[in-house]
Design a protein around this ligand. Sequence first.
Ligand code: FPP
Length: 241
Amino acid sequence: MAELLSVPRHIAIVMDGNGRWASKRYMPRIAGHKQGVDVLKRIVSACPSRNIGTLTVFAFSSENWNRPVEEVSGLMDILAMALSREVPKLQRDGVRLRFVGSRDGLSARVKSGLEQAEAATEGNSLLSLNVCFNYGGRWDIASAAARLAEAGTPITEASLSGALSMSYCSDPDLLIRTGNEMRLSNFLMWQAAYSELYFSDLLWPDFDETALDAALLDYASRERRFGKTSSQVSGDSANTA
Ligand code: FPP
């Protein structure tokens, strides 16, 4: 693709639409999630050449436990299988994998899979891949506040921000949601405060590199003001140019 003037260093994605993709084909919902893993692999591979340093995806929300039991166990199986198949390749490709979310309620098999995958890739730095699993934005903020309160640390924007589970990385510049739904669904409630939002009509299993490039092109046309006026922002960029 043509070189873009402004590239998001960190993108976050709500991979929505797997169930609808499968239902349209008279397939079980879990078939959509399996196809979703293949798309995720392609998008992970596409990030480094587009200068994206961090990718954060929403794979399983705290609320997804309320889905039918066979879908929940299917998602756990998909995760376990994806880890055993993909971690060696991620390791070779310079991808650092981290799982963000509560480990409570996860089986011993899943927990040890997450730990092994994180340990195997911890030396990598080409792409940081955060997989939000058993995650909710409100859970993250409430847990951080509880830890600070227990330690007697005053709760400020800076201390809370530093206590969140993704404090090791910058906030997402661009947040993409597929599946033609326009909401955040409790994803990165703190970190997305100034993210540019991009909604795609495509169901996640139909998303691809071309669709990613369309989102990046759209992002490049945005003016990020962070609460300032347009002329202040252009003055800032003139000073830093
Ligand atoms: C939302 O689609 C998607 C999910 C709840 C799961 C996303 C998971 C993947 C893409 C696979 C990667 C997973 C792991 C475990 C690494 P939906 O089911 O809500 O779709 P719908 O809105 O069409 O029903």
